[in-house]
Design a protein around this ligand. Structure first.
Ligand code: ASP
Length: 353
């Protein structure tokens, strides 16, 4: 009787532990049957401030992510390419001031906006990227032009903008990118660096009503897709880090760090503290593990984000899809704006861990 009692207690304990450690929302979706097509997007990762969530702000993020997913889904459903779907979804997020890309990009220390983007086509490993542009409404589209219409992979600043003109992409007034909210973030960051903000000011900062404290959020946007022909693509677009030095370049426009796609393995888009993602060549590492070591996408993402990056002290996450339609949304922060569609499913959108 005594042993029976112990056994029941033990069983109860095991059940309780496994329930507690099981993630409430899936960050990895293993495709039982290969889907016809699929799309995964992110809108940045960072620290969650649950106590400050307003339902309105959360709803706005969810709605925009769903809109971006639906737009990409309609491209893929009608037989469009993975590259098309990636561009369409990212453009929607670039046009929204909610995200740190295009409209609503963060400010440099010098009160300017410098935008970076990259895109990669997994068919032939073609890639295009731009960095430090200040007058391009949709940086992802210029990155695509670099990929398709230039002999280069990465163009910077003035050279990238001159190239845009030759491709019929208009240069816009930089005032378009400026938002009050980002300006306030810069000012807080400058004050904080000067030591003027005390710990408890975190509470003040967090009263923005956003689910993720914008000061501790990497709001880059990205997309990865698998199309009906089995092709993979990835893209990433960002304003970089608030208060960054002018001409600082993060991981987002670096092929292999913030973005990678190869039909033989997977497509990855990253968000987080770019310096670490560059040093750990995050996107390429994941695909290389899948290709050369035959490990699952889930395992490769876990090794790279939760082990390698984490050990280095880096924060952030990735979204990824492999050639069989398996999906990973792995991050070591408290939250990441993210979502996916698989074939005709309604968009699944998540914010918290
Ligand atoms: N990775 C970007 C950068 O370091 C920032 C972000 O993900 O929000 O520029």
């Amino acid at each position: 009787m005594k042993y029976f009692f112990y056994a029941v207690i033990l069983l109860f304990g095991v059940l309780l532990t496994s329930c507690a450690s099981r993630p409430k929302l899936p960050s990895n979706i293993n495709a039982q049957i290969k889907p016809q097509y699929a799309l995964v997007i992110h809108g940045g990762a960072g620290t969650i401030r649950k106590r400050n969530i307003t339902p309105e702000v959360e709803a706005a993020y969810r709605a925009k992510l769903a809109e971006a997913l639906k737009a990409g889904q309609s491209v893929l459903d009608s037989g469009g390419s993975a590259v098309d779907a990636v561009e369409v979804s990212i453009k929607i997020m670039e046009d929204s001031p909610l995200f740190n890309a295009g409209k609503g990009a963060v400010f440099t220390h010098d009160y300017t906006n410098e935008l970076d983007a990259s895109i990669m086509d997994g068919r032939k490993l073609n890639a295009g990227a731009i960095t430090g542009v200040a007058h391009i409404k949709n940086p992802i589209s210029l990155a695509r032009e670099v990929m398709n219409k230039s002999e280069h992979v990465l163009l910077a600043g003035k050279g990238a903008e001159e190239f845009a003109k030759t491709r019929g992409i208009p240069l816009i007034d930089g005032a378009y990118f400026k938002t009050e909210r980002r300006l306030m973030q810069l000012e807080r960051a400058i004050e904080r660096n000067g030591g003027a903000i005390l710990d408890h000011d975190g509470d003040k900062r967090a009263s923005s009503g956003e689910p993720i404290d914008p000061d501790y959020k990497f709001g880059t946007v990205g997309a990865v897709a698998l199309d009906k022909k089995g092709n993979l693509a990835a893209g990433t677009s960002t304003g970089g880090l608030t208060n960054k030095r002018f001409n600082r370049i993060g991981d987002s426009p670096i092929i292999g760090a913030g973005t990678y796609a190869d039909n033989n393995s997977c497509a990855v888009s990253a968000t987080g503290h770019g310096e670490y993602f560059i040093r750990a060549t995050v996107a390429r590492s994941i695909c290389a593990m899948v290709e050369y070591k035959g490990v699952s996408l889930e395992e490769a993402a876990h090794e790279t984000i939760n082990k390698k990056l984490e050990k280095m002290g880096g924060n952030g996450g990735i979204i990824a899809i492999d050639k069989d339609g398996n999906i990973s949304m792995t991050f070591n922060t408290r939250g990441m704006y993210r979502g996916y569609i698989i074939d005709k499913t309604a968009p699944s959108v998540f914010i918290y861990k």
